[in-house]
Write a protein that binds this ligand. Structure first.
Ligand code: PLP
Length: 469
């Protein structure tokens, strides 16, 4: 399917090479490589600048929950721009959309997480949450509680502190990180658990990793544990069953706060507005959110904090003390208006229920690809999924990086009408929540065709051959 678009792809590419620095660009190819210029969009589809249509398997970047081209969203945004586009959120100044939106999302929050600090995106939400924790312990007379426990393969953002609490090894080249107060636990990835260990034993080990780290640092020195319920950008890693609840119990035992980073898992991706409690039986102290909060139409992030923590820093003795953290565009009125409209659509179209209904079909269709020789693991939940490709399924031997496997797959899925996200030897899918069964079939067929084509090319090049059973 194509659209007749009037873009000059070659000229745009030249200007992009000349002037744009992209996040996570391969710098060795930054000035020469072909680009995918996404020019139009509708429903669950995007169109490149040559008019070629693709199913948006990435959901933008885990975020376009309600799909593209929603007129009522455009109108809500335009209406707020006309009425009052911007005002400062600092101090005692507020705006109606921010008040209304905070009230609406607090109703969905678990436990007593009723206070919302708006930011500009996910990184600033996590960064602000971590700084709030620091402020909280300082203000309540426990300044030694400064250490943060996180996990390898976590991704929490791109500020200095959030990049420091992230743990993807490939993202660490040349940059400096906070190391004194940040501690990484091994990744709770069942697929790569030690040989001979059951999943239940692996869960015990991962929970013990946290407890041991708290004891090693001393509970009086540990501020918080931060965790995505499923590690999204680390490769949709689904920790062993019961892990989230049990790690919370360890935190409670030692007076360590629990931050559940729901920047990806929230707003319907796992079939709930906040997945922590309904999916993982977890009522944390803080939840961070962004992305699906506005379905990516405009930027916004937030952290939600419990009555218990917020009440402790809003006592009369706090007079003259400020939580000196915030952004010009915190609680941007246009973003909050978009957030309200996004929630209207999610509620009216029952999108969380749709995800709960269609999620098992999505997982099943892609799990069927496990019959292919290079597909090592297909994991995920609801509308978050990752395929891990391996050189040898039996030994789980990883693929050599130079095979550039994920990119090769995507180069084959795109002409077949699917855009998915390559990450080294992984391919990740997180489509808009409005995806239908027919579109899931379309995506699974495209991916199967692409894997077969890349496998054939590896065999042709003499790089891989199937071992006799
Ligand atoms: N936290 C998680 C779990 C994420 O996946 C991301 C981004 O992918 C972030 C935080 C950072 O969000 P942003 O890119 O909006 O700053």
């Amino acid at each position: 399917m194509t659209r007749n678009l009037q873009f000059d792809t070659a000229a745009l590419t030249e200007q992009d090479h000349a002037h744009i620095i992209h996040p996570w660009i391969d710098l060795g190819q930054a000035k020469t490589q072909d680009l995918l210029i996404v020019a139009e969009s509708e429903g669950a589809y995007i169109y490149d600048s040559d008019g070629h249509r693709m199913l948006d398997g990435m959901g933008g970047m885990w975020c376009v929950q309600i799909g593209y081209g929603r007129n009522e969203m455009a109108e809500a945004i335009a209406e707020q721009v006309r009425r009052m586009a911007y005002y400062s959120p600092f101090g005692k100044i507020s705006t109606p959309p921010a008040i209304e939106f905070a009230t609406r999302i607090a109703k969905y929050a678990p436990g007593d997480l009723k206070h919302v600090f708006f930011t500009t995106g996910g990184s600033t939400a996590v960064d602000s949450a971590l700084r709030f924790v620091q402020f909280y312990f300082g203000f309540t007379g426990r300044p030694s509680k400064q250490h943060i426990i996180t996990r390898e393969y976590a991704y929490h953002g791109s500020t200095y502190l959030t990049a420091s609490v992230s743990g993807k090894p490939a993202d660490r080249a040349y940059l400096k990180f906070e190391t004194e107060t940040v501690h990484h636990l091994p990744v709770p990835n069942p697929y790569r658990r030690p040989e001979g260990m059951t999943e239940a034993e692996f869960c015990d080990k991962c929970v013990a990793d946290l407890e041991n780290k708290i004891l090693e640092l001393g509970p009086d020195n540990v501020a918080c544990f931060i965790a995505e319920p499923l590690l999204a950008s680390g490769g949709v890693i689904v920790p062993p069953k019961g892990y989230q609840r049990r790690t919370l119990e360890v935190c409670r035992k030692y007076g360590v706060l629990y931050i559940s980073d729901e920047v990806v898992t929230g707003f319907g991706r796992l079939g709930e507005i906040f997945a922590s409690e309904p999916v993982f039986d977890l009522v944390p102290d803080i939840i961070t959110t962004a992305k699906g909060l506005t379905s990516g139409y405009v930027p916004l992030g937030a952290f939600l904090v419990s009555d218990r923590l917020y009440d402790a820093v809003t006592v009369p003795e706090a007079k003259g003390k400020y939580f000196t953290n915030g952004f010009t565009y915190s609680a941007h009125p246009v973003s909050c208006a978009a957030g309200l409209k996004n929630l209207d659509i999610i509620e009216r179209e029952n999108l969380c229920q749709h995800v709960r209904d269609i999620g098992p079909y999505f997982m099943k269709k892609f799990r069927e690809l496990s019959d292919l020789p290079l597909v090592g693991d297909v994991r995920g939940s609801h509308l978050m999924l990752c395929l891990e490709f391996v050189k040898d399924k039996k030994t789980k031997e990883p693929m050599p990086a130079e095979w550039n496997f994920g990119n090769r797959i995507i180069n084959e899925t795109m002409p077949r009408g699917l855009l998915a996200r390559p990450m080294g030897h992984l391919v990740v899918l997180s489509p808009p929540l409005i995806i239908t069964k027919a579109q899931i079939d379309e995506a699974a067929d495209a991916l199967r065709g692409a894997i077969k084509a890349v496998t054939d090319s590896l065999m042709r090049d003499g790089l891989w051959q199937e071992k006799a059973a």
